[in-house]
Design a protein. Sequence first.
Length: 209
Amino acid sequence: QQWLHSPDPAFREKVNVICKLYRKAPRNAVVLSIDEKTGIQAIERKHPGRAPAPGRLRRREFEYIRHGTQALIAALDVHSGKVLAECRERRTQNDLVAFMERVATAYPGKQVHVVWDNLNTHRAQAVWQAFNARHGKRFHFHFTPLHASWVNQIELWFARYTRRVLRHASHTSTAHLRERTEQFVGEHNQVARPFKWSFRGYPLQGDAS
């Protein structure tokens, strides 16, 4: 087995802050886990797959046609399990700000705690200060430690999305991929439940409990 060591000197402190938010949202607040999944290919299989023979695995056509890519931006409401998501042609700073405007509209009057990674578009301090000023300074940004994507719960939802929408699928266009993604998000939200997050953080220095 392999793992990626995090060089972040504040690793434990950051993880503990995030885990505390996962356990319980502050009063009149929502906790959102946000990230982007980029380079999603709209792949069409050139020929239909074959039904499996008894005792055999299903086989699928090896050759495929590429119809372009999409970027998926998604926000997981950690305590309800519901997801706000949209596909875009690109993942630029402007795309992310536009998505965050949707987030602000979706949670009027609430304090919004955002958990996301250290991507350059997330770290654009002037951009997010201006954004926050427009929205009454309701947004609080929490960054995962370096090389610690496992701390971000949206990755669990992305894994589910990959299994159910992308794997073994055939999409005839980027529009078809977007349509299927929107359908999946709607189906997910109808039965949404929060992920079971068992990790409660690290003990404080000198804490023997």
